[in-house]
Design a protein. Structure first.
Length: 164
């Protein structure tokens, strides 16, 4: 084994330990916001954003923030990535596994804890406006647009509760 390979393994291990919440998992944890609103038709819509590098549709998500709960971190990510504010649910509705491309560590898996965000305000300007696209989708279309089958299932399940 080359020294660079060993260094990569050690760096990934240290990274996963630093980014995990608690000792129950060695997979790093992120938090995400499943943002929704109701239109005049009373049917709920979900907001998705594109990834900066991939361009794929996803919910706003990111790393835990020092001094913030996972739900508050999710709300902050929703503001930064999509320019939305609202009421965030403290308890996650579920998690899904996501593979992301990290600049330093290459491909890594993360568990994303998904918190529902009832959008109250949509801003015209926000920190990552020029880096991402945001778009509202009907529940069914949002589920079709995301790559993750686990996230798709969470969106569908959430939609059934909102639009029985």
């Amino acid at each position: 084994m080359a020294a660079s390979d060993l260094l990569t393994i050690v760096a990934r291990w240290l990274y996963s330990r630093a980014m995990s919440r608690g000792s129950e998992t060695s997979v790093p944890v992120q938090s995400g916001a499943l943002a929704y609103r109701r239109k005049r038709s009373k049917k709920a819509e979900v907001l998705l954003v594109t990834g900066r590098r991939s361009g794929r549709w996803m919910i706003p998500k990111g790393w835990p923030m020092a001094g913030k709960s996972l739900s508050d971190s999710a709300a902050q990510e929703a503001f930064e990535e999509a320019g939305i504010k609202g009421k965030i649910q403290r308890e996650a509705i579920g998690t899904f596994r996501h593979t992301k491309q990290h600049i330093l560590f290459g491909e890594i898996e993360v568990d994303i804890h998904v918190h529902v965000l009832a959008v109250e305000k949509e801003l015209g300007d926000w920190p990552e406006r020029g880096e991402r696209t945001r778009k509202w989708f009907k529940i069914e279309e949002a589920a079709e647009r995301v790559d993750s089958a686990e996230l798709r299932a969470l969106i569908v399940q959430f939609g059934k509760k909102l639009n029985p």
